[in-house]
Design a protein around this ligand. Structure first.
Ligand code: UDP
Ligand code: MG
Length: 319
């Protein structure tokens, strides 16, 4: 039943962003191909080489020679996971598309469950991490903190502890392709789409080899991206804060004037003046920063640059 040739219309497309994943490649294919062959559905594995500096591409090409269901999109440079994923999803032909990490932190063994749920009529099957004990203390807590802030700020609830590992029906994929915003926060975009969703729980494993490319500074920027792309509250909050501080300043002014009238002038108000000036310059700078965050994103959007550039594809049909 299982053949090794690439079908015209695969039922399932796996999309794998890869950035310097040469060490984990063969382990990844071993496990994933094993699971997929057991599924008895036609499939393709779209690997997006996100500007790796190691021999990821060469090894992918070698893997493709063995199995033509492995297809490759080679990006012109490192565009980041979100865009690499977008590039892969754009090329996917399957009736269902599943983004999956190359480092096997998303266990491929639950793919059959996802497919079963999809066959039951769900349009999205979400894989939710049961516990993140393999992630470092700081990473886990910052993630929890992020999800709770997002739950309060965002207009669309983003399911907590769900990564990009999920199954999407063709309908959902076509909707996702309509979203062409440049600063992409995939988790938010996925949530924004809606559709009938089922949830599967799993335990996140350790990276099999290599190192996570997400350093804390990058994670922080990623979180900021999420907040700013999916909530306009940071932009609006400042008008309220402005009113509040102006009111406090007014009260303080009345106190000072009354005090001067009653007690007479004592020491020139150097201290209070400094406090007020510093406080308001601080507020001013923060407001400018917030406006800058949004303005920067508007700037990126109006440039209308392509989301990613492809150097070469292997086995991908161009439309
Ligand atoms: N990745 C990518 N481009 C990048 C960084 C990461 O395509 O700039 C891929 C990486 O190869 C992996 C997935 O995104 O398949 C998740 O990356 P990682 O394991 O570093 O993230 P974490 O699991 O720590 O969230
Ligand atoms: Mg990982």
């Amino acid at each position: 039943m299982v053949n090794n040739t690439s079908p015209e219309n695969p039922v399932i497309s796996l999309v794998v962003p890869m950035f310097n994943e040469s060490e984990v490649l063969s382990a990844f294919f071993d496990r994933v191909v094993g699971v997929m062959n057991g599924l008895h559905e036609s499939y393709e594995i779209i690997c997006v080489n996100d500007g790796s500096s190691d021999d990821t591409l060469e090894r992918l090409v070698a893997e493709r020679e063995r199995d033509s269901r492995i297809k490759i999109v080679d990006l012109s440079r490192n565009f980041g996971k979100e865009l690499a994923l977008t590039a892969g999803i754009d090329c996917a032909l399957g009736d269902a598309v599943i983004p999956i990490d190359a480092d096997l932190q998303d266990p491929p063994e639950i793919i059959p469950d996802m497919v079963a749920k999809w066959r039951d009529g769900y349009e999205v099957v979400l894989a939710v991490r049961e516990d993140r004990s393999v992630d470092s203390f700081l990473k886990r807590n910052s993630a929890n903190w992020f999800y709770s802030v997002m739950a309060r700020l965002g207009e669309i609830p983003i399911p907590s502890n769900a990564g990009d590992f999920r199954l999407m029906d063709r309908k959902v994929v076509e909707s996702l392709k309509l979203i062409r915003e440049r600063t992409r926060f995939m988790k938010g975009l996925f949530a924004w789409l809606g559709y009938k969703t089922a949830v599967i729980h799993f335990t996140r494993e350790k990276r099999v080899a290599g190192e996570s490319a997400w350093k804390y500074w990058k994670l922080w920027n990623f979180a900021l991206e999420g907040v700013v792309s999916f909530s306009s509250i940071p932009l609006r909050i400042w008008s309220y804060l402005g009113v509040l501080t102006s009111f406090a300043a007014l009260v303080y002014m009345l106190v000072i004037v009354t005090k001067t009238l009653v007690l007479g002038v004592d020491v020139p108000g150097y201290a209070s003046l400094m406090v007020v000036i510093l406080f308001f310059s601080g507020i001013n700078l923060i407001c400018l920063g917030v406006i800058g965050e949004y303005l920067g994103r508007i700037f990126i959007e109006v440039k209308q640059r392509p989301l990613y550039l492809v150097r070469e594809t292997y086995g991908i049909k161009s439309e």
